[in-house]
Design a protein around this ligand. Structure first.
Ligand SMILES: N[C@@H](CCC(=O)N[C@@H](CS)C(=O)NCC(=O)O)C(=O)O
Length: 226
């Protein structure tokens, strides 16, 4: 029997989106419960060991278990719904895991870049992001997807970051992918996929712009009004 899945989400969270993309790609039935991370409910504090989303509640005949950490949730969903989205070769699979972890650092640097009040700090963060993207570019196949022409878990893991980079480009004209053509092509391919398009709420870009404006950082001042 397929377990019943409930994903605990915050609409703006890129790590939740990693899990949603895999669930959509695999056409898995799941419920999604949104919480306000700024005012999390008591039940969430009790079940989330790190106080973070995503959390996946998995209910089977044996009871309910809680999974946390987006990469673990991605792998679990993949494993219970064959065929796998992981590369067959253990070495490539391990390398993909390492680069998925690397992606979290870029997401954290992006958050600093887009919200910090100080222009110099933003420029420094942009430099860090561009440097990391060049490293990622050197590991990328140059195909439509990270490993070539097949969509793997690593593509689901990076799509949320690339989507936010496209928001940043549209909102303030800053093209973080301008030095990395392989990543720019990858982004176009991923953004065209239904599992990526359907992994977020319809107004995510406006919500993202609103969040950044509220934090009142230097980059928010560069936003066009569109
Ligand atoms: N390593 C975690 C990171 C998840 C994460 O940072 N989630 C953020 C929202 S995007 C969160 O829950 N933040 C609340 C907090 O840290 O208190 C994962 O990959 O799942």
């Amino acid at each position: 029997m397929q377990p019943k899945l409930e994903l605990i989400s915050f609409k703006l969270c890129p790590f939740v989106q990693r899990a949603v993309i895999v669930l959509k790609k695999k056409a898995v039935d799941f419920d999604i419960t949104y919480i306000d991370l700024n005012n999390p409910p008591e039940w969430f504090k009790e079940i989330s060991p790190l106080g973070q989303v995503p959390v996946l509640k998995v209910t089977t005949d044996q009871g309910t278990e809680v999974l946390f950490e987006s990469s673990v949730i991605q792998e679990y969903v993949d494993e219970i719904t064959p065929p796998s989205l992981q590369p067959d070769d253990p070495l490539i699979k391990a390398k993909n895991r390492a680069w998925i972890s690397f992606g979290a650092d870029i997401l954290f640097a992006m958050h600093g870049f887009i919200t910090h009040p100080d222009q110099l700090v933003c420029e420094e963060k942009e430099g860090v992001i561009r440097q990391k993207l060049k490293q990622l570019e050197s590991a990328h196949s140059g195909g439509d997807y990270f490993n070539g022409e097949t969509f793997n878990l690593i593509d689901a893991a990076y799509a949320p970051m690339l989507m936010r980079m496209s928001f940043i480009k549209q909102l303030c004209g800053s093209d973080l992918l301008s030095d990395t053509p392989k990543l720019a092509h990858w982004s176009e391919c991923l953004m065209a996929l239904p599992c990526v398009k359907e992994s977020v709420v319809d107004n995510l870009q406006q919500m993202y712009a609103g969040m950044v404006k509220n934090m009142n950082g230097h980059m928010a001042k560069q936003f066009s009004d569109s």
